[in-house]
Structure formats: structure tokens, C-alpha cells
Ligand binder design. Structure first.
Ligand code: FA5
Length: 344
């Protein structure tokens, strides 16, 4: 029995020594010291020994068990330490590595341009007005002197939803809506930014969905010179004192007389390029004196009141101001493009 105990001890210590993880160590513990383990088995057989042998073997068995227990505990500590070290190594954080930069948002260039124009006009006493993007045929056309079947409706190819509803083709309906609210009493002095929709084919300067800013000033004695002066302030504010402007006679059914304002092309300096379609000029705005029919339909006495109105495209203004060669950049949302203008 003594020999068996010595052999078991040697075997157990070898196995403890070579246990490579806590699981293997636990198996060794159960095999030698568990209830049905080898040492317990030896102790159970002690009844067969003589009286003299029993305490000697009993003491040896206890010593062997204590030695194996101690070896297991020591090994257990070593394995735990190794496991922690391994985990620390695997999860180590290199505090000297650069952090991940957080993305800071900013205004879309179009919004910055629209706010700039709004600020200019509110500083001149205008109020900001808004209207619906899904508009009635009445406000989009009829109230603006464009009855059904009028050929000038073709100037703005429309997305109709029903026979009487469409996506507004311009911000001019906000003129009629606001004048209606004033019930024939001036002054009306508003600026109206918003999205508009047309069945235009997309190219470098046209989009099927774009923005406009409408301006309207109705009061007694408003003249063409007031419009010209206001547009001049706008042009100088946007493009600086040295940019050239031209007013061309034009036609809009809701203004009489009507004009279009062009600005010399900044991209090519006036020589002609794809942005200005080789003309050296870019049209940014339509304007004119409010047609007496429009005033009357909105409940204003056209003998007492007159007014001017204008409608511009902020995309074209931004393109000219910042040398952007394609209107589609505003809508494809490439962050590399947008980021350049976060601080405009
Ligand atoms: C109008 O929409 C008139 N309602 C403007 C107006 C208002 C005239 C008040 C008189 C009085 P027009 O269709 O020209 O006019 O458009 C005005 C501006 O919108 C243009 O000068 C241009 O800058 C911009 N624009 C027109 N079509 C497009 C398009 N498809 N893509 C981008 N911008 C456009």
C-alpha cells in the first residue's frame, strides 16, 4: 500500500506539473482527491491492514494527500496569474495611439446662402414667409395671371399630382397667398425661400428640384427704380462691388414690365465655359413690377398700390460665388464637397 501511495503521489505530481489549464488541473484533482478518487480508494482499503500498519499508512496517505493538494493550489495560482497576464496582453490599449476624430457637422452650402440672403432682406425690413410645396393650380398659376390653357404655363414644365394639385414650380405662389392674407392693405414686404420642382432635364445648371427665393414689396408708389436699387444692393452684397450685372427685358405673366438679371460668370471670367453656356453671363433672377391683374386678384386696388417682385435661384448664386461647376454637387451629398463650405 505504501508503494501504491508513493506511485500515486509521483503520478499526481507529474500530472499537476503538466496541466496546461485550469480545466486539466481540476480533472487531476478529481481523479486523485475526489470522492471516488485514487487516494480515497487507498484510504477505504485501510481496514484490511494490521493494527500496527494502519497509523503508518494513514499518516503517509494524509501526507500524500496534503502534498498533492498543495501542489494543485500552487499550480492553480500559477495558472490564474498566467491567464490574467495573457488577458492583459491581449486587451492592452496603446494610449499613445491617436484617437478617432469625431465628425463635426455644419450647414449645407445652400442653407448658408439662403440664410445670408434672408439676413440681408430682413435687415431691410422684409419678413420671411413660407408656403406649401404641394400647391394648388390656382396659386401656382391662375392667381399669377396664368389662366388654364395659357401658353406661358409651358415655361415651367410641371409635376402634376391631380388636375388641381401640383408640386409648385416656383415660389411665386407665396406672393399671392401672402397678399390674400393682407386683405388689400399694404405694405407687404416679404422674402420667401423654399424648394420648387420642374420637369427640367438635369445638367450642369438645371435640376428637376431646386430652391428659389422670392421677394415681394407692395406699397403705394413702388417703381421700377426701387426694384433696380434693391437688386443692386443684393448683387453687391453677394458678389462684391466689382462684379458686373445686366438687366435684360423679359416676360413673366405676373410682372409688367419684366426683367431678368444676369451676373458675369466668375468661373471663366466672362470668356465662356460650360457653366455659362459659353455666353459669359449667368441668369440668376427674374423680376418685374407686379402685374395689376395679380394685385387685383389678391384684393389690392391697383390704382392705389403697386409693387415689385423677384425670384432667384440660390444654387446658381452659390455656383457663381464659389466657382462650383455643376449644380448636381448640391444634391449628391458627397461629404468631401460639402465639408469645404462648413464655415461659409
Ligand atoms: C420664375 O420662376 C419666376 N417665378 C421668377 C419671378 C418671380 C419673376 C417674381 C418675376 C417676379 P424662372 O423660371 O426664370 O422664373 O426661375 C427663376 C430662377 O430660378 C432662375 O433665374 C434660375 O436662377 C432658377 N432656375 C430656374 N430653373 C432652374 C432649374 N431647373 N435648376 C436650377 N435653377 C433654376
Amino acid at each position: 500500500m505504501k508503494e501504491r501511495l508513493q506511485t500515486l503521489k509521483q503520478e499526481a505530481l507529474d500530472q499537476v506539473n503538466s496541466a496546461s489549464d485550469q480545466r486539466a488541473l481540476q480533472d487531476v484533482k478529481v481523479y486523485y482527491l475526489g470522492k471516488k478518487g485514487q487516494i480515497t480508494d487507498v484510504l477505504k482499503g485501510m481496514g484490511k491492514l494490521s493494527k500496527e500498519e494502519r497509523p503508518v499508512v494513514g499518516q503517509l496517505a494524509n501526507e500524500v494527500r496534503d502534498e498533492i493538494t498543495e501542489a494543485i493550489e500552487t499550480k492553480q495560482q500559477t495558472l490564474e496569474k498566467q491567464a490574467i497576464e495573457k488577458q492583459l496582453q491581449e486587451e492592452a490599449v496603446d494610449v499613445t495611439l491617436p484617437g478617432k476624430p469625431s465628425q463635426i457637422g455644419g450647414s449645407h452650402l445652400l442653407m448658408s446662402v439662403i440664410r445670408d440672403i434672408e439676413d440681408l432682406f430682413t435687415s431691410m425690413g422684409y419678413q420671411v414667409a413660407e408656403g406649401p410645396e404641394v400647391e394648388t393650380d390656382y396659386y401656382n398659376f391662375e392667381a399669377l395671371n396664368l389662366p388654364k390653357g395659357h401658353p406661358a404655363r409651358d415655361m415651367q414644365d410641371s409635376f402634376y399630382i391631380t388636375e388641381e394639385l401640383l408640386m409648385r414650380t416656383h415660389t411665386s405662389p407665396v406672393q399671392a397667398r401672402t397678399m390674400n392674407k393682407h386683405e388689400g392693405k399694404g405694405p407687404v414686404k416679404i422674402i420667401c425661400p423654399g424648394k420648387v420642382y420642374r420637369r427640367d432635364t438635369d445638367d450642369a445648371t438645371h435640376s428637376h428640384q431646386f430652391t428659389q427665393i422670392e421677394g415681394l414689396y407692395v406699397d403705394e408708389n413702388i417703381r421700377m427704380s426701387d426694384l433696380k436699387g434693391t437688386l443692386n444692393v443684393l448683387a453687391k452684397h453677394l458678389f462684391g462691388e466689382d462684379r458686373e450685372i445686366r438687366l435684360r427685358p423679359s416676360f413673366f405673366p405676373f410682372t409688367e414690365p419684366s426683367v431678368e438679371m444676369d451676373i458675369s460668370c466668375k468661373v471663366c471670367g466672362g470668356d465662356g465655359c460650360s457653366v455659362c453656356k459659353k455666353t459669359g453671363w449667368i441668369e440668376i433672377l427674374g423680376a418685374g413690377l407686379v402685374h395689376p391683374n395679380v394685385l387685383e386678384m389678391a384684393g389690392f386696388d391697383s390704382n392705389k398700390y403697386s409693387g415689385f417682385a423677384f425670384g432667384m435661384g440660390p444654387e446658381r448664386i452659390a455656383m457663381l460665388k464659389y466657382g462650383i461647376e455643376d449644380i448636381r454637387h448640391f444634391y449628391t451629398n458627397d461629404v468631401r464637397f460639402l465639408k469645404q463650405f462648413h464655415r461659409v
